[in-house]
Design a protein around this ligand. Structure first.
Ligand SMILES: NC(=O)c1ccc[n+]([C@@H]2O[C@H](COP(=O)([O-])OP(=O)(O)OC[C@H]3O[C@@H](n4cnc5c(N)ncnc54)[C@H](OP(=O)(O)O)[C@@H]3O)[C@@H](O)[C@H]2O)c1
Length: 296
């Protein structure tokens, strides 16, 4: 695999890929040799290039899949370029170009896509729970999601992509819940020490069964904790006045930034989970093709 984009998300992803069972990083690609991410990759012994997307297009033998951690605008062009050379792309930006995939909801969609959208950090944190609630309730009227992350964990591209973040996350929530009225807010908190990622979800719904919803939410949280251990339901859902309120905290493993930066883990751990699934499928296909050749 290759990582395109040597900023906060790209560098944290590089740390996580070192623990992957099926992937290794064939090249870490940015546009400035002097960036902190490039320095760390060099120290880890990972091949690097500052040749941007052109380097990857000219060296397709170095990787099978690309993780794009640049910016939403750049990804739109990258998506076309990698499609033209038949490469699979996982999009960490909120470009709204590919197929949205969340490991606990629709991981199998991965195998029908060439450009897999990881949606956003807020999306990966909120969607498993919203999908679980939607599966238990009829007549959801409105969904609101407020996500707070530490300012230090948001790179320049994240700040520039705030509008895209909101649009892409709202669209994914509407798609996975079936609710047409969705509002998202993304806040960056400059407090010191930095705050852990927090997500507040509010669902307006006419009828609900509190026991069933609580059980579904707990199950959804347990499923995400298998790949993000710091994903936590702060308390059981709160019910009242036609409203369900759910509070989540996401802590990270402290790979590139410290544990507060759960916003990196929730999307990058999902990306590695899906990348591992895809790479394993590729390996099985190759093994069965080789076996067929040998018996022919
Ligand atoms: N941080 C988060 O919490 C978070 C969570 C989920 C998703 N995201 C998304 O992930 C993306 C990256 O965010 P970030 O926080 O990592 O921002 P960042 O630190 O600014 O990282 C972006 C990196 O991409 C590089 N880059 C930009 N355009 C490029 C291009 N055309 N070709 C090659 N490299 C290019 C930048 O190079 P320079 O170093 O030269 O500027 C920078 O190193 C954004 O779209 C953001 O919305 C961020």
């Amino acid at each position: 695999m290759a990582i395109l984009g040597s900023g906060i998300i790209g560098t944290d992803l590089l740390y996580k890929v070192q623990r992957s069972v099926n992937m290794s990083c064939g090249c870490f690609v940015g546009r400035r040799e002097s960036s902190e991410g490039m320095r760390r990759a060099r120290e880890m012994g990972v091949p690097i290039s500052s040749g941007e997307v052109g380097f990857l297009l000219a060296n397709p033998g170095l990787y099978e899949i690309v993780f794009d951690a640049t910016s939403a605008e750049a990804h739109k062009e990258h998506s076309r370029q990698f499609a033209a050379i038949g490469k699979m792309v996982f999009d960490l930006t909120p470009s709204h170009t590919g197929t949205p995939v969340v490991p606990t909801i629709n991981a199998e969609r991965l195998f029908l896509a060439r450009d897999v959208s990881l949606v956003s950090c807020g999306g990966q944190a909120a969607l498993p729970v919203i999908h679980a609630v939607a599966g238990q309730c009829a007549g959801i009227e409105y969904i609101e999601m407020v996500n707070t992350s530490a300012s230090k964990s948001a790179g320049l591209a994240t700040r520039l992509n705030m509008d895209e973040y909101l649009e892409t996350t709202e669209a994914a929530i509407a798609e996975f819940s079936g609710c047409g009225r969705v509002k998202c807010l993304g806040l960056l908190n400059p407090a010191t020490p930095p705050v852990h990622m927090r997500v507040t979800i509010t669902v307006l719904v006419r009828q609900y069964d509190t026991e069933r919803v609580t059980r579904a939410v707990r199950d959804a949280v347990a499923a995400v904790r298998r790949y993000v251990p710091g994903y936590t339901l702060i308390a059981d859902p709160v019910y009242g006045e036609g409203k369900i309120t759910i509070l989540l905290r996401v802590s990270g493993r402290g790979d590139y930034l410290a544990e507060y930066a759960g916003n990196l883990d929730i999307i990058n751990a999902a990306a590695v989970y899906l990348g591992d699934l895809y790479s394993e499928r590729l390996r099985q296909r190759r093994a069965s093709a080789t076996a067929q050749l040998e018996t022919a």
